[in-house]
Design a protein around this ligand. Structure first.
Ligand code: AMP
Ligand code: MG
Length: 505
């Protein structure tokens, strides 16, 4: 093979040879509006993501150029880009909103890398679009950095997520509760298509627009289904299963999304649109991370049911694709939706067994696991550190389980639980060291706690990025011990608990 043709050693690309295409724009003007990013004043790079650049085959040297900053601030065009804002609708906090759309996000196009993967590049905070409604089209440093950090944190925990290539800050004032400053991220994901895209066309009675959109998603991301007569049903089934699995992963990591509106749900099962999200510190099963959600619609323990309901909205919107006969189509839709509870339960059981170091499956495992979670909930023990400490428990009855005891308030209940856990481990001849290694590979030590994000934000607002850099380095190895960064594993100190995060962004 000619060296120039070998995809493994094809040269890295620069900003002129990224070869952007925008296949979403081929769908036609009913699906989007053409827009131009609005320039920012004095844009500066706060952070660029070399891991994401690698996904795009982009030469990391490009990240250090002034041109990179200007392009990803929206101040000059990216060669080959075809900037659009897409139209969608959605259920927000359960209420129907007939029209939303990318109010501050601009899709530049897709890059196909040498492995054949396609990646959307989307500027978030790059100015107004026809869907901005009353918004200013901007994003502030605080929310942009939170999104940037979360994408990396979840990705490295093994939770599917959008990520970002760059975070650029500028001088432009942005009015929120106070005056803040503008920032823009370049979000990168295989696709940003949401449940709400389908809800829009269904609700408008434009059912003929559903199939081209579904086929676009299928051709791009489910090529094994392309052209099959049952492709729409199989795709909806895949979305349902992926959504169930995604939410099972959130639960297992103690992650709360905060705004599970149907316009924030990805048709690829990715975590999408980070706002007032949060990882749980002291465990409260009813934890609500979003101060703009007083009713607790999106509380931690409601996320699985909300995911199910959201899937019902997507499937309902796609019923016209399922059969000509409406009754038959509705029946197929119900069958697809019924995949959710099983897929969720299966993923949940698999993830939690692994977190507890259990290899075999036994019927009373869920009860054993729930008893432990109840212990955490009652004493508001730190979710992450308690589960991490579980790996240090030994099967021998005389093991003092010191690390775990330090986390749990109700020691009497713990002492009632531990013998059952040990008996369960002995029943599968569990080896302490081997089990601990397995458990430490799925119970993280380091998560993106709000107070850690807040420290990086405080520095970023003064123009610095060393804390962002350090935090990212820690979060990229969440399962490693990293003794030099042990302070990043700790619970927030008393003065930094309960940081209020809201929909303001
Ligand atoms: P979110 O709650 O961030 O998912 O946003 C819900 C809707 O409001 C989406 O259509 C966003 O594009 C839009 N939106 C949020 N903030 C702004 C803003 N500052 N300017 C314009 N549109 C916005
Ligand atoms: Mg959104």
């Amino acid at each position: 093979m000619n060296v120039a043709e070998d995809p493994r050693i094809a040269p890295l690309r620069d900003l002129d040879t990224l070869a952007l295409d925008n296949r979403y724009a081929r769908l036609g003007e009913a699906y989007f509006s053409r827009v131009e990013p609005a320039p920012l004043t004095n844009p500066r790079l706060l952070h660029a993501n070399t891991e994401v650049a690698a996904l795009l085959d982009l030469d990391p040297a490009q990240l250090l150029t002034q041109r990179f900053i200007e392009i990803f601030a929206g101040n000059r065009p990216l060669p080959g880009a075809e900037p659009i804002a897409t139209i969608y609708a959605g259920h927000q906090f359960g209420g129907w909103v007939p029209q939303l759309g990318d109010g501050r996000a601009i899709l530049l196009g897709q890059v196909r890398n040498r492995r054949g993967e396609s990646w959307d590049l989307q500027l978030k905070g790059a100015g107004k679009t026809p869907y901005s409604r009353f918004g200013d089209g901007r994003a502030v440093i605080r929310s942009s950095l939170r999104e940037y950090l979360a994408g990396e944190a979840l990705h490295h925990l093994g939770i599917p997520s959008t990520r970002a290539l760059s975070l650029i800050v500028a001088d432009d004032p942005v009015q929120r509760e106070t005056v803040e400053r503008a920032a823009v991220i370049c979000r990168v994901a295989p696709s940003h298509v949401r449940f709400g895209h389908f809800e829009l066309f269904y609700s408008r009675g434009q059912h003929e627009r559903l199939a081209p959109l579904a086929d676009h998603v299928i051709d791009e991301h489910f090529p094994e289904l392309s052209g099959r007569p049952d492709r729409h049903a199989r795709w909806l089934e895949a979305v349902t299963v992926r959504t169930a699995e995604l939410i099972a992963r959130w639960q297992a990591a103690g992650f709360c999304h905060g705004v599970m509106n149907t316009d924030n749900m990805s048709v690829l099962g990715l975590t999408l649109d980070y706002g007032p999200y949060g990882f749980i510190d002291g465990f409260d099963a009813g934890h609500v991370c979003n101060h703009s959600d007083p009713g607790g619609r999106y509380a931690y323990d409601r996320q699985p049911a909300i995911g199910h309901w959201n899937c019902s909205r997507l499937i309902q919107s796609c019923v016209p694709l399922l059969a000509d006969d409406p009754e038959q189509a509705a029946e197929i839709g119900q069958t697809l939706l019924d995949r959710y509870p099983d897929a969720y339960a299966q993923a949940m059981t698999r993830l939690w067994r692994a977190k507890f170091g259990l290899r075999d499956e036994q019927d009373d495992d869920p009860a054993l696991i729930n008893r432990f979670l109840t212990l955490l909930h009652r004493g508001r023990a730190d979710f992450t550190l308690s589960l991490r400490a579980l790996a240090s428990v030994r099967v021998a009855d005389d093991d003092p389980a010191t690390e775990l005891r330090a986390r749990i308030l109700d020691l009497e209940a713990l002492d009632a639980w531990l013998p059952d856990y040990r008996a369960r481990l002995r029943a599968e001849q569990s080896d302490d060291a081997e089990r601990a290694a397995r458990m430490n590979a799925c119970n993280p030590k380091y998560i993106l706690r709000n107070h850690l994000a807040q420290r990086a934000i405080a520095e970023a607002e003064r123009g610095g990025s060393s804390e962002t850099e350090r935090l990212l380095r820690v979060l990229r190895h969440p399962f490693d011990e990293q003794p030099e960064h042990a302070a990043y594993a700790e619970e927030p100190p008393p003065g930094e608990r309960h940081i209020a995060v809201s929909c303001s962004s």
